[in-house]
Ligand binder design. Structure first.
Ligand code: ASP
Ligand code: MG
Length: 480
């Protein structure tokens, strides 16, 4: 039994839908010959749709009603076009047309009340932003039926039961597992392919939630784990996970195999390939995840498994490099901090109260400064909060300054083979030094699967390229 998730570009337009239908039909035929047949499909919204919905709702809250009116008609056309081109059956097409119309009418109604109230709540935004999947999934089910696959649309609001943290809800796993099994297993056993909305869920009371932007990958992992499928396939528009961003490093390569730990590090540090939470449910159940390319379905892509199972070439060292941009490094420095307990706790306590995400922390042993990195957008609030927190210490000069350093980039070098391999750091810094790249701060995780460096924005691309070259990552899997 397999779970197949298709991202926004995989259902971006008519050709892509047709391609997905071929891929699913092929998988169904292949699976039917196995001991445990079954295919479960999860889809994102058509590419761009979630952004359109969110932008329109935000504009409505600001009193601008034109965007949602335009979105209603453009989204209707966008979905109907695909149905018109791929579905011949008039009854099926008319049914879908009514469904799109109903959804978009509801969208318009919601946006109108948002505009009247002049306020967009997190709860309201989740209702609006989940509507893209609530159109793309029934559409994909229809396209699959037109292709002869016994597909049936299922709304994940019935399956993924979450807490009430909007735009980042967490599944209540016991309930979710029960719901998935109850609802989906009988369908699968009778040869039906459930086509499920990614990204969305609902609370115990039935209030719509979303798992956060890009959350459809996570949906696939949750559902795949709940059903104990043999594999979770993430179909995207690139050939799996690469050694680096190919727009920066022209000779970047596909990594045939990665551990859950490595891919989690890469996702955390901005590699756009998987939602960072995706690996957790898969890892707990030991289910392999494969990242595949809808537009090049024969490419083997990347297999993500537990480290112990990695059967690829033994790689001593670095596997991939990623860069996370638009970051800001905050420093809290002062000679009076030495040996004063509680500075770090108070620092991160006030950062947490701003709900800022800390991506990296480093403190030198002299204890004279703490530095950490947050997204640029969060920096002003964080600095203001720290200045208030350390008001007295600043006055007494225990702390000399709280400063921000905008326009910096975290370069994360990832590979669990770095563990216990001496000389990695030396090679890394030699590579950077020989290109005169100034390293502003360094941190290494205790897992040793990652070394992160802070460099200036202008140095980031060169830093990634020099490290890629120094470790000859283009040669790593040359034989494959
Ligand atoms: N459609 C949602 C988004 O754009 C979820 C996803 O694509 O994974 O964030
Ligand atoms: Mg997506």
């Amino acid at each position: 039994m397999i779970t197949m998730k298709f991202g926004g570009t995989s259902v971006g337009k008519t050709d892509a839908f047709a391609q997905v239908a071929d891929i699913v039909a092929h998988a169904v035929a292949t699976q039917s010959k196995t001991d445990r047949p079954g295919v479960v499909v999860i889809t994102s919204a058509m590419s761009g749709v979630t952004n359109t919905l969110i932008d329109a709702a935000k504009a409505a809250a600001a009193g601008d009603e034109a965007p949602y009116r335009e979105a209603r008609s453009s989204l209707l056309v966008k979905h109907q076009l695909v149905a018109g081109q791929l579905i011949e059956d008039g009854v099926e097409r008319a049914g879908l047309g009514r469904l799109f119309d109903d959804r978009l009418r509801e969208f318009e109604r919601l946006c109108r009340s948002i505009s009247v109230l002049g306020e967009l709540t997190a709860r309201g935004l989740d209702v609006v932003s989940g509507m893209g999947e609530r159109m793309s999934a029934p559409l994909l089910a229809g396209v699959l039926r037109a292709k002869g696959v016994h597909a049936q649309f299922v709304d994940a609001g019935e399956l993924i039961i979450t807490d009430d943290v909007h735009d980042g809800a967490e599944p209540l796993m016991d309930l979710t597992v029960a719901r998935c099994r109850e609802r989906l297993l009988p369908m699968i056993e009778s040869g039906v392919v459930p086509v499920i909305t990614g990204f969305v869920g609902s609370t115990r009371k039935g209030i719509p939630t979303t798992l956060g932007r890009g959350g459809s990958d996570y949906s696939a992992a949750i559902i795949g784990a709940a059903l104990d499928t043999d594999e979770i396939q993430i179909w995207t528009d690139v050939n799996g996970v690469l050694t680096a961003d190919p727009r920066v490093v022209s000779n970047a390569r596909t990594l045939p195999e990665l551990s859950y730990e490595e891919v989690a590090e890469l996702a955390f540090y901005g590699a756009k390939v998987l939602h960072p939470k995706t690996t957790t449910p898969a890892m707990q159940k030991g289910i392999p995840v494969r990242v595949l390319n809808t537009f090049q379905p024969d490419h083997v892509g990347t297999r993500i498994v537990t480290a112990d199972h990695t059967s690829g070439p033994r790689v001593a060292g670095v596997k991939a490099i990623t860069a996370i941009r638009n970051m800001n490094m905050i420093t809290v420095a002062g000679r009076g901090m030495m040996g004063v307990p509680g500075i770090a706790a108070r620092t991160f306590g006030s950062v947490a109260r701003q709900e800022a995400n800390v991506l990296m922390i480093s403190q030198s042993s002299s204890e004279q400064s703490i530095c950490f990195v947050v997204p640029d957008a969060a920096a002003p609030a964080v600095v203001a909060a720290l200045q208030a927190e350390f008001d007295r210490e600043l006055e007494r000069r225990y702390i000399d300054e709280i400063a921000e350093h905008p326009d910096i980039v975290i370069v994360a070098v990832v590979g669990s083979g770095m563990k216990g391999t001496p000389g990695i750091a030396a090679k890394l810094f030699t590579a950077l030094g020989s290109h005169s790249i100034n390293v502003i701060a360094i941190a290494q995780g205790a897992s040793e699967a990652n070394i992160s460096l802070v460099v200036a924005e202008g140095d980031a691309d060169q830093a990634v390229r020099s490290i890629h070259d120094a470790f000859e990552l283009d040669q790593l899997f040359a034989g494959e």
